[in-house]
Write a protein that binds this ligand. Structure first.
Ligand SMILES: *Cc1c(COP(=O)(O)O)cnc(C)c1O
Length: 350
């Protein structure tokens, strides 16, 4: 989609913050090794850049969801490994990367175990479902003797509610301990970002953070040390003056009650700046807040610049994209706020 044309909107990505977040999670994870979930193009930020930055920081265990996400990352893996979480579908058996030395399928069912053995096996991961009822071997299949034929690197499970303090966490932990005695693997892994903050019992050999690497705050314990990684900038396409009674945008959802100046900026819901930001979104210029007015269009927003002296076509405004605050204001999750960031942005690492 992208070519050499500069984009009118940019994601400004903070390399030091990404590395710092990985190191923070590594420290919080105690003796466990720390991996990185880079599925959905690194939660929308650009998986290839993230793999290469985190590789340099020392990360060697990466996670994607689909087989199609593996190929673009292979050049950056060197001696690291990439696990494909969604398992082995019939169509994956002819994937050219199926037996790539850096890539491992995560086997989620006995049918997939059989398929993998049929394909000559090789190193793999196994997911056990300890209570989320999403992906993974059910607890009543963990004693299946076929599992002994596998070369399992990581036996893992996924926590459904680590961002909350509810009994499901300890229930999943107990089930995972049972699975750990039943399934022979080199390493065991349970915790995502929030799970790391649940404490040592949840750490095992390897953790798999995603959200917190990218600045998401999944639990209060992460708030002090996790740094924001992404901010947005958009160009001002036009500046105009309003008088009282003038209306702005689709369906006239904003009416000026006084003389105002507004700027139309190149950011919209097609970029992932969803309509949920209407009424609560704001841009920033030199620390001043520029409230978003009226509806968000596909490619455009209008912001109030009445208090700004000199702003003209071609200037850039920043977007306050605090994940926790934006999630609270819009009802979108921090995950959605990241993964919706679209393909039109230039992604600029600083
Ligand atoms: C997405 C995912 C992760 C990362 O979860 P976060 O909540 O983003 O830290 C870890 N493990 C599995 C299996 C996942 O699907």
């Amino acid at each position: 989609m992208k070519n050499n044309c500069p984009s009118p909107a940019r994601l400004i990505l903070d390399r030091d913050a990404l590395v710092s977040n990985w190191k923070t999670l590594d420290r919080m994870g105690g003796a466990a090794t720390t991996g990185a979930a880079v599925k959905a193009d690194g939660y929308g930020l650009g998986a290839a850049d993230i793999v290469s930055i985190l590789y340099d920081a020392g990360c060697r265990d990466f996670y994607v969801a689909h087989w199609q996400e593996a190929a673009p990352l292979l050049p950056f893996l060197q001696d690291a490994s990439l696990s494909v979480l969604n398992g082995l579908m019939p169509q994956d058996m002819t994937n050219p990367d199926l037996h790539h030395p850096c890539v491992k399928p995560v086997l989620n069912s006995m049918a997939q175990v059989e398929k993998w053995i049929g394909a000559g096996a090789g190193r793999c991961d196994v997911m056990v479902d300890t209570g989320m009822n999403r992906l993974g071997l059910p607890m009543n299949e963990i004693d299946n003797v076929m599992l002994e034929q596998l070369d399992i690197d990581v036996c893992m499970s996924h926590l459904a509610s680590a961002d909350e303090d509810i009994p499901q966490n300890t229930a999943q932990l107990d089930n995972f301990s049972i699975a750990r005695s039943a399934i022979k693997a080199r390493r065991y892994s349970l915790a995502n970002s929030a799970g790391i903050a649940l404490g040592e019992d949840y750490h095992f050999d390897l953790t798999r953070p995603g959200l917190a690497l990218y600045g998401g705050i999944a639990r209060a314990e992460l708030k002090t040390d996790i740094r924001p990684v992404v901010s947005l900038e958009a160009i001002v396409l036009q500046v105009r003056d309003l008088k009282a009674g003038d209306q702005v945008g689709y369906n006239a959802k904003f009416t000026a009650d006084r003389t105002m100046r507004i700027a139309t900026c190149a950011l919209g819901y097609a970029d992932g700046y969803l309509r949920a930001f209407a009424g609560n979104g704001e841009m920033l210029l030199d620390g001043q807040r520029l409230p978003v007015l009226g509806r968000i269009s596909m490619d455009l927003i209008a912001v109030d610049i009445s208090n700004i002296e000199a702003l003209q076509e071609g200037d850039m405004v920043k977007c306050s994209y605090d994940l926790q605050k934006s999630a609270a204001a819009t009802g979108l999750s921090q995950y959605e706020l990241l993964t919706n960031l679209g393909g039109r942005f230039d992604r600029v690492w600083r």
